[in-house]
Every structure is written in C-alpha cells, then in structure tokens.
Design a protein around this ligand. Structure first.
Ligand SMILES: [Zn+2]
Length: 495
C-alpha cells in the first residue's frame, strides 16, 4: 500500500508548483489530489503553460488543494479546467478571493492592446475558461480549518503559512501524515508571524526552498525614513515600486507606522483590489515591530483593519488625479518590467530631487536591476531597502523543521532553483539525518505508509545553528486565530 508523488513543476525551479498525490491504494478507490497548479515563468514559459504531460490527466484528479494565490501556485488552474478537470478547488477564502483577482487580471492582460501589458507566457485562456474555473472553487468555511471525506479516510488541515493573506501549508493527516509547506513566510514582515508546523507530527514533508541557500538580512526602515526626510527637504517625490500582493500592504503599514505627513498615492488597480481582501480578512495583523499600528485582537472589524493599512493622506490614483509635489507614489510592477509605474518613470527619474526606492528582488536584466546597478543612468537618487520579505530564508526553514514533534521519514525539497534545493538538502541531511529527495519533473516516487509507534519515532533533538530572532519558538501559539472546523466537503468520487 503506497501513496505516489509526482511533481509537474516547482521541482528544481521556483515556478510552476504542481504536485500530484495518488492516494488510491490507501483509500481503496480512485483518489488523486493535486497540491497547487502553478504556472511557469522564465525560459519557454509560454510553451510549458500551454500543454500538460500525457501522464497527467485532469479528468482523473478529484481535488486541487491550493496553498496560496500567487501565479506560480494557481496559474495553470484554467489550463487544467480546459482539459477536463471538474473536481473541487479547495483553499482558504482569502486565497479564493485573491485568485479571482489574479485570474481576472490574466484575462485583462491577454486582451490588452498595450504591448507592455500583454504577456505571452500566460498560455491560452479565455473569459469563459476563467468563469468555469472560478465555479469550481470551494473555500474552507473559516480562516483555516480541517476537512474530511465523508468516510473520513481522507483528512486535511489548512495551516497558516504566514506568506501572504490566506496562505496555507497543507497538512494531510489521513491516509498518510504529509505536510506540503507551500511558500513559508518568515519574520521579516510586519503583517505576518513566524509559521508554526502542525502539532501532530508528520511522516513526509514537501518543503519549499526558495531561499534554501540564502539568508535575508534585517529590515532597515531607516532607508525609508531617510528617503522621506530627503524628499521633504528637496520638495521631491518618492517612487516605490511594489508587488500587488502583500508588498503594497506592507509598505502602507510601514508608512502609517512612521506617521508620514506626505500624500501617499497608490496606483495599481490590482493592488487596490488585493488591499480590500487584506482588509476584509481580520486575520492579517501587524506585529510588535510597529507598535503604533499594532492590532492585538484578531476580531477587529474590516474598517479598523483597513484603517491600519492606510497612512494619512492616502489617495487611490484615478484618471484625473494630479500629483502634488513632495509625495510618495506606490505603483507596480516591482521590477519596472511593465504596469502603471512606467508612466511615472520619466517624471521621477529625470530630476535629482526625486528618489526611487526598491524594496523587492530585482531579476537580472530587468529595468529595475539595470537602474539599481547604474547601467541605466538616471538623475534621481536610486536606493534599495533590504530585508522586507514574505519568504522564509534558509535558517527559518531549518528552524521550522526543528519544531516538528518528531522527524519526518522523508523530505521532498521543491520550489527552489537547483543550487538552493541542493544546499537545503545538504543542511537537512546533515542536521537531522533525514533522507531527502529533490524530485525530478514527471517522475513518480513511492511513499510507503509504514505504521510506526509514536514512541518509536525519532524526536527532534537537533539544536540548529540558525540565528534566532527574538520571539521565535512559540509553539504554543499554534492555535492563535486558528478556527478548526470539521466538515465534509470531500465526497469520494467513484468512476
Ligand atoms: Zn508565493
């Protein structure tokens, strides 16, 4: 009796996360589950996002469990639906809401007349296709919770992964104990906390490795403070490229915590839509780092939470908005590779009293990276603020594993470039002595369900060399804000 795991993306790369779990042997009837259905970015992405391997028949998949609403985790849902998937897409309600915004945006981009907006990498999608995909979404009823099939042979819990609003690690408790982390968050966001693994322990772990070989530095908000002071002195403008999901909210919360006097413009329809999802989900809260806007109680109403994100003089940019001097503009895309931010570049970059402040990763060859590296000469001051991240770094991941109540039998390392995955593999094997696999694309791995006594399981005793941040290690915090519900959304489908 074995469970089989096959990856169709997100293996030795950071995009296209999609992992097939075949639970049929254990369940006694056909049961195939997809963990995420992300699209590829980068080399040959258009081609990869347009077809599926013969071994993956969407009509055979019963459920798709989604960890979070980033395109590299949901972008191939419309493709799967167009190829016959008609099961349920299960996720948290915030993930559903943000996924809808992203999918609407996919259609908008494909129908756009503007060259910088259209994206050939998305693959073929249509409005009808998106509508059909949306109809299959079944959000779990509360923020995070437990679901079971009616025969209770399959039980899964969504646990807060603290990556973006609604993000979850997927903990399959039956028929085997398996945790798929999705993307894990870390301690470098004022909006999220340090994620905590399930208390029950697991036999198999599928862990992300985006930062499997890197550490993220401490956030330095003084860079932002200095930039604001400088534009005040020089009557300049500060342009901050943002990511529409999470980074916009993070920067707004920071600006509010700094009590800025300047007018703050947010020009990104998608960021505004996502902001409304963040504000409607009261589980998003700010940590102690920003005391002035700290939200202690998760049961705040939406208005209070919304207010917490908005600095004074917050303005949503519309067609007729005229920018005042001495202002802060937030717009996307973060790497200046498209989006509304392009229209601000001439007015900002050509004047020495202005500042462009990058806060996110800038890929090689992107306009943002070339400006930062000085390859593109500009008059404005070019600055970078490091340390804001919605991702866990290498030490955070090791720390996360060290919190398991017993060590998993096997670890699959996914969602990382090969050198990042290989480095994490080495660290996990060295520190914990667990056998680890970096799965190859479209190769089936067997996960035998060996019944081991709880007492026989090796407990985690390793003391990691990870850098500990203040406040880390609060395992008891697990239940905070977690509303565990039992309901039976999974009905076995017999063919
Ligand atoms: Zn993500």
């Amino acid at each position: 009796m074995t469970v089989k795991l096959t990856s169709f993306g997100g293996c030795s790369c950071v995009t296209g996360s999609m992992h097939l779990l075949d639970l049929s042997d254990e369940m006694g009837y056909p049961m195939k589950i997809l963990l995420d259905a992300g699209s590829f970015q980068g080399l040959n992405a258009g081609e990869k996002n347009s077809c599926l391997p013969a071994e993956l028949n969407p009509m055979d998949i019963n459920y798709i469990l989604i960890s979070h609403a980033h395109l590299d985790h949901i972008g191939r849902l419309p493709l799967l639906v167009s190829r016959g998937f008609h099961g349920k897409i299960i996720c948290t309600s915030a993930t559903r809401d943000i996924s809808f915004i992203l999918m609407d945006n996919m259609v908008k981009i494909q129908n756009s007349d503007s060259d910088f907006e259209r994206d050939k990498d998305i693959g073929p999608i249509s409005e009808k296709n998106i509508e059909m995909t949306k109809r299959l979404f079944v959000p779990i009823r509360k923020e995070y919770g437990k679901l079971a099939s009616s025969d209770e042979k399959f039980v899964v819990t969504f646990i807060n992964a603290e990556h973006i609003a609604g993000s979850a690690s997927i903990y399959i408790e039956k028929p085997i104990k398996l945790l798929y982390t999705g993307d894990l968050g870390g301690s470098r966001s004022s909006l999220h906390k340090i994620p905590v693994p399930p208390k029950g322990g697991i036999d198999y772990l599928i862990v992300e490795s985006t930062y499997g070989n890197r550490l993220i530095g401490k956030s330095d908000s003084m860079v932002l403070v200095n930039a604001i002071n400088d534009i005040k002195e020089n009557r300049g403008r500060l342009l901050i490229p943002i990511l529409a999901i999470d980074r916009a909210e993070e920067i707004l919360a920071l600006l509010k915590s700094l009590n800025v006097e300047e007018t703050v413009y947010l020009d990104s329809p998608m960021a505004l839509d996502v902001l409304s999802i963040y504000t409607a989900n009261s589980f998003v809260k700010l940590t102690e780092k920003f005391n002035r806007v700290q939200i202690k109680n998760r049961n705040l109403n939406a208005d209070q939470v919304y207010y917490s994100f908005r600095p004074k003089n917050f303005i949503e940019v519309s067609k007729n908005t005229k920018l005042v001097p001495n202002c802060i503009i937030l717009s996307s895309s973060g790497m200046l590779e498209g989006g509304r931010i392009l229209k601000y570049l001439p007015g900002i970059l050509e004047y020495p009293n202005n500042i462009i402040l990058f806060t996110s990763y800038l890929g090689k060859g992107t306009l943002g990276r070339r400006i930062l590296d000085g390859e593109v000469k500009v008059e404005a001051s070019v600055r970078k603020m490091d340390g804001i991240s919605s991702h866990a770094d290498k030490n955070d991941i090791i720390e996360y594993i060290s919190k398991f109540s017993y060590l998993p039998k096997m670890v699959f390392i996914v969602h990382g470039e090969l050198d990042a995955s290989e480095n994490l593999k080495k660290e996990i094997e060295g520190l914990f002595g667990i056998s680890t696999i970096i799965p190859e694309y479209n190769v089936e791995y067997e996960l035998p369900n060996v019944n081991v006594n709880e007492s026989e399981r090796r407990r985690v005793v390793t003391s990691t060399k990870s850098t500990k941040n203040k406040g880390e290690g609060i395992v008891d915090d697990f239940d905070d804000g977690m509303s565990v519900i039992e309901h039976k959304d999974f009905t076995p489908r017999r063919r």
